[in-house]
Design a protein around this ligand. Structure first.
Ligand code: CMP
Length: 150
């Protein structure tokens, strides 16, 4: 087991649906630790850079348009193996394949609008965290529950 930090974005629509608390609760009750959080409307250039690996995909324009269309909640989530754990909580990218009990399985229908982003590898997590947060915004703090959780 290794302690990891990963980027999580609650995508456009989550605020409007009033499910921010519900989604964050799922992340917290798993035992992951929020180390940074902000509400923001993603600027076009940041959206393009974040999804640069999909530049040649047919859905790229529409994806960037969606991600920049309304405010999001961006978070740095930490914990032992936080990258795979957050992806498991999120569920498969295509909501039709996401298991019930996962965030996408319970709250999403459309692949593009799959309501949560979770970095998919240590390399992506490092790149994406640095895109959205300055080092000084990411807080390490005492966590007396850590020994009970991990
Ligand atoms: P995310 O986990 O943020 O990573 C890439 C995003 O691209 C994905 O979630 C979806 O929002 C989007 N995406 C992936 N595949 C498709 C697709 N086939 N059609 C539309 N959007 C997609």
């Amino acid at each position: 087991m290794a302690y990891q930090k990963t980027l999580c974005i609650l995508k456009p629509g989550v605020l409007q649906r009033r499910i921010v608390g519900e989604l964050i609760s799922r992340i917290e009750r798993k035992g992951l630790k929020i180390q940074a959080m902000k509400m923001m409307q993603i600027p076009r250039a940041l959206g393009e850079e974040h999804y640069a690996e999909h530049k040649d995909k047919p859905f790229y324009e529409s994806l960037v348009g969606y991600m920049t269309s309304a405010p999001v909640i961006a978070m740095v989530v930490g914990g032992e193996e936080a990258i795979p754990f957050l992806r498991t909580i999120a569920g498969k990218t295509k909501p039709a394949e996401a298991a019930p009990g996962t965030i996408r399985g319970d709250f999403a229908l459309i692949t593009q609008n799959n309501i949560i982003h979770a970095a998919d590898s240590p390399e992506s997590a490092a790149r994406e965290v640095a895109l959205f947060f300055d080092e000084a915004e990411i807080l390490d703090y005492e966590d007396p529950n850590a020994d009970w959780i991990s």
